[in-house]
Design a protein around this ligand. Structure first.
Ligand SMILES: Nc1ncnc2c1ncn2[C@@H]1O[C@H](COP(=O)(O)OP(=O)(O)OP(=O)(O)O)[C@@H](O)[C@H]1O
Length: 280
């Protein structure tokens, strides 16, 4: 079922529009002034259903991070519409949690206090935090336990390895129980073994909490292991040139990534990106 593009003055409810939880339609985004504009996205349409795990891949500079900024309301499109949970996005989306390649933990705060940071900013948690601190501390500790960091809450970030910091970073992105999780190359800086460990952490977190997820990555194995659907973007100006459904049964064991059928899908995606690069 298609959803009519709403005007900027109407806010359809989630019930009015059932196409997806995150919908970008015919989006154009240009950076800079008229004389030095960079057209980053042109006619980009993407729809991610509630609870779905989507991955976005494409040539370097094709506009993947721009897509993430649009979906979280950090920037507005020049044309087209961006909707999250049935509402047109017109400012930062508070139901989104975000994690990037660099964990950017505050070195003067313990891991637990870093994880709890969004609670000091995002409502309604902010007004509840001082009254319900012990409940929130338990929540942060249970998230740390889920990602394998039980007992590390009182350590400072500089006492953790890169992989441990990225685990804590995922907890910080999830502490306010976001309905939408945006991941921009979160495992890109990690070694191959740690990366595979964190794919499994991410797999289990998503299975347990069922948040809608959009993952930007250059790692096609990561995309195929984690996602229900992989969007392939063209070279800049970016648009979606291929949508690949990933149908491997869940829960997916890490050994799947070494099987022939898995590698066939990875190669298929690689071909699409090679074509996109060649067409640039
Ligand atoms: N703030 C900005 N001002 C001007 N141009 C920008 C800005 N941010 C991004 N761009 C340009 O827009 C295009 C898309 O950038 P974006 O970061 O979205 O691509 P990407 O696909 O995430 O890149 P990569 O794969 O290298 O991380 C690039 O040409 C980039 O130089």
């Amino acid at each position: 079922m298609s959803c009519p593009a709403p005007s900027r003055h109407t806010k359809p409810s989630a019930e009015d529009c059932v196409t997806g939880f995150v919908d970008l339609r015919n989006v154009r985004l240009s950076y800079g002034g008229a004389s030095s504009a960079t057209l980053a996205l042109e006619d980009l349409t993407i729809s991610v259903a509630k609870g779905e795990f989507a991955a976005v891949v494409g040539p370097s500079g094709c506009g993947k991070s721009t897509l993430m900024k649009l979906a979280t309301g950090l920037i507005r499109p020049n044309a087209g519409t961006v909707e999250v949970a049935g509402h047109e996005v017109d400012g930062p989306v508070s139901i989104a949690g975000m994690a990037f390649q660099n964990p950017s933990m505050l070195p003067w705060r313990t891991t637990l206090k870093n994880v709890m940071l969004p609670l000091e900013i995002v409502q309604p948690h902010r007004k509840r935090l001082s009254r319900e601190r012990s409940r929130y501390v338990s929540l942060a500790e249970s998230l740390l336990e889920l990602v394998g960091l039980k007992g590390f809450g009182e350590k400072y970030p500089w006492q953790l390895s890169g992989g441990m910091q990225q685990r804590a970073n995922l907890c910080r992105a999830l502490i306010h129980d976001p309905a939408l999780l945006m991941l921009d190359e979160p495992f890109g800086a990690l070694d191959a073994f740690t990366r595979e460990e964190l794919w499994q952490v991410m797999r289990d977190l998503h299975a347990e909490k069922q948040f809608t997820t959009i993952l930007v990555t250059h790692d096609l194995r990561e995309a195929v292991f984690l996602a229900d659907k992989v969007f392939v973007m063209s070279a800049r100006p970016g648009r979606i040139i291929e949508t690949k459904d990933i149908t491997f049964a869940r829960p997916r064991p890490i050994d799947l990534t070494y099987e022939a059928g898995f590698n066939d899908v990875v190669h298929e995606l690689r071909e699409h990106i090679a074509d996109a690069r060649a067409a640039a």
